[in-house]
Design a protein around this ligand. Structure first.
Ligand code: SF4
Ligand code: SF4
Length: 365
């Protein structure tokens, strides 16, 4: 397993996490087997806004006191299970009742990331504060029950505003190539607004955990994929993990077989991880933008083209860490010999030869 650092909290988070939308769909015992296998394979990050309330029981069975310290939970203040199934609520009493019950079922006395749950409108954020839900979350944070505050949202401008105000250390956001290219129910915001959010999180050390990496399963279907062909789980996960700021991806699984497809990311070949097929549906305004996929590799000068471009884009939004990472690279944009290999192999029509000159000038080498 590979781990990425949340710079604000110091937590090392596995690049593969799990969502729990369907964890008990094949019964509690299968849910237990999934979590045990995920844990054995180094998964240490779990989202707890699932489809059914029994998910807390499943986690309580697997992560007893000693294992609990090895894993991180995202628990949502606004997801309620009074009727056994997921419901969304802005009722502070219902939320308190649910959080207390969930802690009991989980057999834990702390929450790694207490999440402001699923806010896509600023008017609802105002209600969230007015009704005392945010103050309850902050109160638990001050008591040490909630270690960090998080936010889940699908809407970039709303997420940016709440991040600003609420001291968020982790953002759960819906990222996949369909949403980034304006397709699907949660394709909120323009491509620029979405990219701005990812880069801002990277710059400020706010970790992103990714929900809906398969666009609700549509990307895995030949018939429903906007790219005219199904993507694989590995391609979708790799796409999300290449976005700035992303620490972990949280696919939902309901069987060991589905978990195995997710874990395959860890030993997949470069060819299996290549998602350049998405270039077929790149919207006009996005053509020519580097998506850091490295489909153009190998560069005869030894430049990691995707990484050089990522650090450059981050440096432009003021990310000092990106500047120092760039300086530590073995090869820089100034090493480009203008051979044209990347230009002819880039499916996103990036004029990388010109860009390398621009990057070299901006980054001083
Ligand atoms: S230049 Fe094109 S192929 Fe190379 S990393 Fe960027 S988007 Fe991918
Ligand atoms: S043009 Fe420059 S960056 Fe692109 S492959 Fe050739 S040497 Fe590498």
């Amino acid at each position: 397993m590979e781990y990425r650092l949340n710079r604000r909290t110091g937590d090392k988070i596995s690049i593969i996490g799990l969502g729990t939308s369907a964890i008990s769909d094949n019964g509690i015992d299968e849910g237990v087997r999934i979590l045990e296998k995920a844990y054995e394979n180094g998964v240490n990050y779990f989202d707890l806004a699932g489809g059914k309330g029994e998910l807390f029981e499943v986690f309580g069975k697997v992560f007893s006191a000693e294992k609990r310290r090895d894993v991180h939970y995202q628990l949502h203040f606004g997801a309620v299970y009074d009727k056994g199934k997921y419901g969304w609520s802005l009722n502070a009493d219902a939320i308190k009742r649910n959080v207390e019950r969930e802690l009991g079922l989980l057999g834990t006395d702390y929450i790694d990331f207490g999440f402001i749950h699923c806010l896509d409108e600023l008017t609802v954020w105002e209600m969230y504060k007015k009704r005392g839900i945010f103050s309850y979350l902050k109160e638990l944070h001050e008591q040490g029950v909630v270690r960090n505050i998080g936010l889940s949202s699908h809407t970039p401008v709303v997420a940016e505003k709440i991040i600003e105000e609420a001291g968020v250390n982790m953002l759960m956001f819906s990222i996949n190539p369909a949403y980034d290219y304006h397709h699907g129910n949660f394709a909120n915001g323009t491509s620029e607004e979405r990219e701005h959010l990812y880069r801002r999180c990277q710059r400020d050390g706010i970790g992103i955990s990714v929900m809906k990496p398969y666009s609700g399963g549509q990307l895995l279907s030949d018939r429903q994929s906007i790219f005219g062909k199904a993507l694989t789980e590995v391609q979708c996960l790799k796409y999300a993990l290449d976005k700035p700021g992303v620490l972990t991806v949280l696919p939902g699984v309901s069987s060991i077989e589905q978990l195995d497809k997710v874990l395959h990311l860890l030993d997949a070949t470069d060819e299996e991880k290549d998602y350049s097929i998405i270039s077929k549906a790149t919207p006009k305004e996005m053509a020519g933008n580097c998506v850091y996929c490295n489909h153009c590799a190998p560069c005869p000068a030894g430049i990691n083209v995707g990484l050089v471009n990522k650090y450059f884009d981050l440096a432009k939004v003021g990310d000092e860490m990106a500047v120092s990472h760039y300086r530590n690279l073995e090869k820089h944009a100034s090493d480009c010999i203008s051979c044209g290999h990347c230009n002819t192999h880039c499916p996103f029509r990036v004029d990388q030869m010109t860009r390398m000159k621009e990057i070299g000038e901006y980054m001083g080498g």
